[in-house]
Design a protein around this ligand. Structure first.
Ligand code: NDP
Length: 447
């Protein structure tokens, strides 16, 4: 991301500094520019449907397009419009139910990070995602709903309807970004989605924090409809496996537990989302709408869908070893992230007071020992180990479930490069010195 116009990244705060709220024109150079974002917008939905097809088949069916029924892969409901409408209505009802829970369940109202670095401009956010998670999961488990009869049976139709709804929502958000807010002022735009090129801005998100009253579309969609649906899709796959084979395999149980735990952890730590790049910098465009609402539930669930009919029957020692790897990954992920959070909130905390650090011209300190002295992105390594276990639970009979391991590697490497560029902008020469002191990115002594 680079900026043009008068705005610059303030060397001290790392935030956008500009005299008024007018956001400068974005230089459209991320994700391959306008052409790259257009291609990604068209390709990712197709990939979701093809991945769903491969997970069902259990092998890499490279010639799916020459299949007689390839039309049903790309457009599962084309022959059955009423079914497509029912699936879309079901997804809208799910979304609406979660909005009602957001409104009715108690929750703490907190202030978000300064909008574009302006300490006088912070938005209020309601935090009740954790409670929502338990209400939904509790209701589903207690009611013993046969979710497989809906979510597994109509999986492809639901994925297709979900994608169509994502295009509608992203279109609405793009168009409404040109309208005035309730005070008659222009909307606050994102610094990454204001290029003037419709395809690029539609993808990156033109408006920074689209809202209806105090309902914030981006914060709501980041952790609720897609993430909780992912857990329900997994549960539906477990029910389906039980229905067909009369038992739920060890792999399926562990996968359900791992994923549910990951989602629970995200919702439990809901507040942390408010300082992420997604909330503070990216606009709410197709990239995040589709990522949150379609990509996460329908592709992260991929290993569970594969396991329904292609379970590798792993032995107990192998399952125990995979469990161990997951625990190790979670330990690194949580310990590294907490160490940085602790150090940043109170450097005198006895748990971090002994760590060495590097003062910087920007004013913030960079840890040079502990987890952050081992590698600059050791937290990503822990996260990756967890992601790898999802594929390992599917055994080695097919390459199909390794989609997740490959995808997650690309995501984290790309994100680490994005963050490195951002830190180079924020810290300048200090960042070069930090990289000299901590030369490894992911694995100490190796990468
Ligand atoms: P980080 O938590 O790694 O935060 C990066 C920021 O930390 C830098 O911009 C810098 O910001 C600060 N920083 C960097 N080095 C140091 C240091 N040595 N000492 C102190 N501060 C430092 O990045 P993310 O927000 O991307 O990731 C958070 C977690 O979320 C990760 O564990 C990641 O794995 C996970 N994640 C998961 C995804 C998924 O799909 N499952 C997707 C994305 C992330 P500053 O100095 O300005 O504070």
């Amino acid at each position: 991301m680079s900026l043009t116009g008068k705005a610059t990244l303030n060397a001290k705060t790392g935030m956008l500094s500009h005299s008024n709220q007018k956001i400068p024109t974005t230089h459209a150079d991320e994700f391959g520019g306008p052409f790259g974002t257009l291609l990604t917008t068209l390709a990712l939905p197709v990939l979701v449907l093809v991945l769903a097809h491969w997970a069902k088949k259990g092998y890499l069916d490279l010639f799916f397009f020459s299949d007689e029924d390839s039309r049903t892969i790309f457009c599962p409901s084309c022959d059955n419009l009423p079914l497509l409408l029912k699936c879309a209505a079901g997804l809208c009802a799910w979304f609406l139910a979660l909005v009602i829970l957001w409104a009715l369940l108690p929750g703490l109202w907190v202030e978000g990070a300064p909008v574009h670095g302006n300490p006088n401009h912070r938005l209020p956010y309601k935090l009740n995602g954790h409670l929502t998670f338990w209400v939904v999961i509790g209701s589903v488990v207690l009611s013993r709903l046969p979710l497989n009869e809906y979510l597994y049976r109509y999986y492809e139709n639901l994925a297709f309807a979900d994608i169509a709804l994502c295009f509608l929502l992203a279109g609405y958000l793009y168009i409404s970004s040109f309208a005035k807010d309730q005070h008659g002022k222009p909307k606050v735009l994102s610094i990454v989605g204001n290029s003037g090129n419709a395809a690029y801005d539609f993808f990156m998100g033109r408006e920074l924090n689209p809202r209806i009253g105090r309902f914030d579309w981006k914060q709501f969609c980041e952790l609720r409809p897609g993430l909780i649906l992912w857990v329900l899709l997994n549960y539906a796959c477990a029910q389906q496996q039980y229905k067909v084979y009369g038992k739920v395999s060890g792999s399926m149980v562990l996968l359900n537990v791992f994923h549910a735990f990951y989602v629970w952890d995200s919702l439990h730590m809901e507040r942390a989302i408010l300082t992420t790049m997604d909330i503070t910098t990216d606009g709410f465009g197709f990239m995040l709408v589709f990522g949150d609402l379609a990509w996460v539930p329908f592709t992260y669930n991929h290993p569970a869908k594969y396991l329904v009919h292609h379970d590798p029957n792993l032995s107990t020692p192998v399952l125990a070893a995979i469990f161990g790897l997951y625990v190790l990954g979670f330990y690194i992920f949580r310990a590294a992230n907490s160490q940085k959070d602790m150090f940043r909130s109170n450097p005198n905390d006895p748990r971090v007071a002994h760590l060495t650090y590097m003062p910087t011209k920007r004013g913030t300190r960079l840890l040079t020992s502990g987890w952050w002295g081992m590698a600059r992105k050791i937290n990503y390594t822990g996260d990756y180990l967890m992601g790898l276990t999802y594929s390992l639970l599917c055994g080695f009979d097919s390459i199909v479930p390794y989609y997740y391991a490959v995808y997650f590697c690309i995501l984290l490497v790309h994100r680490s490069i994005r963050d490195d560029v951002l830190c180079q902008d924020k810290y300048g020469k200090d960042w070069d010195e930090y990289k000299r002191q901590v030369p490894y990115r992911f694995i100490p002594g190796i990468v």
